[in-house]
Design a protein around this ligand. Structure first.
Ligand SMILES: [Fe+2]
Ligand SMILES: [Fe+2]
Length: 283
């Protein structure tokens, strides 16, 4: 049996959409809930700098890739650049709603400066791991409508749009990594990949939790109560992090590939939703 790989008929289509221009966003745009809002705002704070890092890490290895992968890298870059553009706008709306996200952004910059000091292949590995993370978050966001059910329509459309494209390009950094390390023994490949995944996961969970707590602090929610509410939201109800745990673990299995789980049905369903007039503005 052939090893799992990116489907031959997959097309990565950058969808040049704009969201929320001129929208005066509610401070608690997500379900009127400070905790849910802080969780997603903290995530969004990472995207502009984080996605720029993904782009530069993958691009460095584009040369010499097979033409299909080279074309996918190009489409991946276009998608990520547009995600950053839209999350810059989203973050501005959060700022207008009264949140100071500069501390969160500085922490992202600090983490990235440490990673950037490592060899390019480590940066590619970190990107490949974080792309798995974003793909499984995107999967859960689309598969379980309850996550965005109480969001305002425009921001729900933004997060769905981003999720669609994260699923669509989920194999790109992985395939680039497979190509870049094609001469490595399997054991070495697995060891590096597993080590980097554990490292970026720890940082991701710690940093996003601290970011969420900082935004809650700005809402006057502090101390054990803030911790309890944040942990409850992230791990119990709706429990995004608990729900993606199985998919996260799959990364360590022998023969893993992001497309071993073909979830393009979620893309089709979400696109039908996005095509509706309510929710998204045309580009
Ligand atoms: Fe993205
Ligand atoms: Fe991505």
């Amino acid at each position: 049996m052939a090893p799992p790989a990116t489907p031959a008929d997959l097309t990565i289509t950058p969808r040049d959409r704009r969201f929320g221009r001129g929208l005066a966003q509610d401070r608690w745009w997500m379900a009127g809930d400070p905790v849910a809002t802080a969780f997603y705002n903290a995530l969004s704070a990472t995207f502009p700098k984080g996605e720029a890092f993904f782009v530069e890490s993958v691009r460095l290895f584009r040369e010499g890739t097979p033409p299909k992968l080279a074309a996918e890298i190009k489409a991946f870059v276009t998608q990520e650049v547009m995600h950053s553009r839209e999350h810059v706008q989203f973050n501005k709306r959060a700022l207008d709603a009264g949140y100071d996200m500069s501390g969160l952004e500085e922490r992202v910059e600090w983490r990235l400066s440490i990673t950037r000091a490592r060899p390019p292949i480590v940066n590619l590995a970190a990107t490949m791991c974080l792309e798995h993370f974003t793909a499984i978050l995107a999967h859960e966001l689309l598969a379980n409508p309850r996550h965005l059910a109480k969001s305002d329509a425009e921001n729900a459309a933004l997060w769905r749009w981003h999720s669609i494209e994260e699923i669509e390009h989920k194999g790109v950094a992985y395939d680039t990594w497979l190509h870049a390390t094609r001469a490595w023994p399997r054991g070495k490949r697995w060891k590096v990949k597993a080590k980097v995944m554990l490292f970026v996961t720890r940082n991701f969970v710690v940093d996003r939790s601290l970011g969420t707590l900082e935004l809650l602090r700005q809402d006057g929610i502090t101390g054990p109560k803030a911790w309890a509410r944040m942990l409850w939201f992230a791990w119990i109800n709706p429990g995004m992090l608990r729900k993606i745990f199985g998919a996260w673990l799959a990364f360590f299995l022998p023969g893993f590939h992001p497309w071993k789980h073909d979830d393009r049905n979620l893309i089709e369903a979400a696109e039908r939703g996005l095509a509706r007039p309510a929710g998204a503005l045309p580009a």
